[in-house]
Design a protein around this ligand. Structure first.
Ligand code: UD1
Length: 378
C-alpha cells in the first residue's frame, strides 16, 4: 500500500502545540508522507516562529501568508490559498486542529473538494454563538470525516448534534502530550527569574478574547479587579498584540503604570510560557488552552469569561469560570492566593499519548480505505 498523503494545517498560536505531536506520532508510525501548511493567520515572531523552534516542528512546506483582517477576509484568504494547495497536492486526508478561522476555512475547502478532513479537538462547545470560535467548532465538526475528541463531554455534544458515532474517536488531549513532553525543559529555562518573580509567588494573566478586550468597560473592570490582586502578589501579563492595541486605544496604559505589581511583557514562546505557568500560584485567563494546561499542571485557574467549551476543566480540573465582574474576580483570586484554590485531578486520557492514538486511528482508516493503494471519493 502506498503511503497516505497527509496535509496538516496550522495557522494561529494555539494550533502549533496540537499539530506538533500528531506529526511526530504519524512519522514514528511510518505509514504517511506528511506535508505542513501554515496559513499565516499569526505571523509575528512571538506568535508563530518561536513555537516552531520551541516545539521542534518542521519548517512549513507551504506558507499562505494570509495575515490579519476581518473574519470574512481572513477566512476567505485562507480558503483561496488552501484550495490551491489541495488541488496541487491532492492529499488523501487533511488534519486541522482547534477552532481558529484557519481551521474552519480549510475544513470548508476539503468538504467542497471531497477531500476527507480530520479534526483534532472536536466536539467542544461553549453554547455561545457570539464566540467566533463556537461557529468555527460547529461547522468544522459537521464537515469533518474523522473527529478526535479530548473528553466525554465532547462525545456527548457530537451525539446530541446527530453525529454518526463511527466518526468519533475519543483519543484524549494532544495539548497535554506537548505539555508533558516539554515540561522539564520549560521549567529549566528560568522564566520566573528572568521576569523578576519567585517560583510559586506570582500569578499569570492572559487576555485576548474580543468579548473582553474590545470592550473598554470590561477591560477597565478587569484592571479594577487586578488592583487588590497585584497588591498581594506580582501578576505577570504577557500581552497579546490585539490586547496591547486595545489598551492603547482605550488610554489604559497609564492606569496599568499605576499598578506596580502588574508586570507586562511581550507574548512568550512555548517553553518560557510553560515554565512561567507551571511555577505560578494562580492563573487568570480568557484562553481556552490555558484552562486545560492549568488543570494538567494542578495550578488553580480562574477563567475570565461567562462560559467554557472545556467543562471538564471545571468538573474535574482546577478551573473556575468567574466571569468578568471585578468584585467576583478579585474575591476569587484572593481566595485562591490564600490557598483555597481548586486542587482537581487530570482527566482520563490526558496522559501524553493522545497523538499516538490519533496515529493509530489514521493508520487503520487508511488501511481500510485504500487496500489497493488508491483513494476513493466519499
Ligand atoms: C485567534 C483565534 C483565537 C485564538 C487566538 C490565539 C480566531 C477567530 N481566533 O485570535 O481562537 O485563541 O488566535 O491567539 O481564529 N496580531 C498581530 N500579530 C500576529 C497575530 C495577530 O499583531 O501574529 C494582531 C492583529 O492586529 C490582528 C489581531 O492580533 O488583527 C487578531 O489576530 P487574529 O488571528 O485575527 O485573532 P486572535 O485574536 O489572535
Amino acid at each position: 500500500m502506498r503511503p497516505l498523503r497527509l496535509v496538516h494545517v496550522v495557522g494561529a498560536r494555539p494550533n502549533f502545540m496540537k499539530i506538533a505531536p500528531v506529526m511526530r506520532a504519524v512519522a514514528a508510525a511510518g505509514f504517511a508522507a506528511q506535508r505542513l501548511v501554515h496559513t499565516g493567520q499569526h505571523y509575528d515572531v512571538s506568535m508563530s516562529d518561536v513555537f516552531f523552534s520551541d516545539l521542534g516542528m518542521p519548517v512549513p512546506d507551504v506558507h499562505l501568508g494570509v495575515g490579519s483582517g476581518s473574519h470574512a477576509e481572513q477566512t476567505a484568504r485562507v480558503m483561496i490559498g488552501f484550495e490551491k494547495v489541495c488541488l496541487a497536492e491532492a492529499p488523501d486526508l487533511v488534519v486541522v486542529a482547534g477552532d481558529v478561522n484557519s481551521t474552519l476555512a480549510c475544513a470548508i475547502d476539503c468538504a467542497k473538494l471531497w477531500i476527507p478532513c480530520a479534526h483534532v479537538e472536536a466536539g467542544l462547545r461553549s453554547f455561545d454563538l457570539r464566540m467566533p470560535e463556537e461557529v468555527n467548532r460547529i461547522v468544522t465538526d459537521r464537515l469533518c470525516e474523522l473527529l478526535f475528541t479530548p473528553s466525554p463531554d465532547a462525545d456527548e455534544n457530537l451525539r446530541r448534534e446527530g453525529t454518526d458515532p463511527a466518526r468519533v474517536f475519543r483519543v484524549g488531549n494532544v495539548m497535554i502530550d506537548t505539555l508533558l513532553a516539554h515540561l522539564p525543559r520549560a521549567r529549566a529555562c528560568g522564566a520566573p527569574a528572568r521576569l523578576g518573580v519567585e517560583p510559586n509567588g506570582y500569578a499569570v494573566l492572559t487576555l485576548h478574547r474580543p468579548s473582553n478586550v474590545d470592550d473598554p468597560a470590561i477591560l477597565r473592570g478587569l484592571l479594577d479587579a487586578l488592583e487588590p490582586i497585584q497588591a498581594r502578589v506580582p501578576v505577570v501579563f504577557p500581552v497579546h498584540p490585539r490586547t496591547r492595541a486595545r489598551l492603547e486605544e482605550a488610554g489604559l496604559l497609564a492606569r496599568i503604570g499605576a499598578l506596580p505589581g502588574l508586570r507586562l511583557c511581550e507574548p512568550l514562546g512555548y517553553l518560557e510560557f510553560l515554565g512561567l505557568t507551571s511555577q505560578a500560584r494562580l492563573v487568570l485567563t480568557d484562553s481556552g488552552g490555558l484552562q486545560e494546561e492549568s488543570t494538567a499542571l494542578g495550578i488553580p485557574c480562574l477563567t475570565l469569561r461567562e462560559s467554557t467549551e472545556r467543562p471538564i476543566t471545571v468538573t474535574e480540573g482546577t478551573n473556575t469560570v468567574v466571569g468578568t465582574d471585578p468584585a467576583r474576580v478579585a474575591a476569587e483570586a484572593l481566595r485562591a492566593l490564600a490557598g483555597a484554590g481548586k486542587a482537581g485531578r487530570t482527566p482520563a486520557l490526558w496522559d501524553g499519548r493522545a497523538s499516538e492514538r490519533i496515529a493509530g486511528v489514521l493508520q487503520a482508516w487508511w488501511s481500510a480505505r485504500a487496500p489497493d493503494g488508491g483513494p476513493r471519493p466519499r
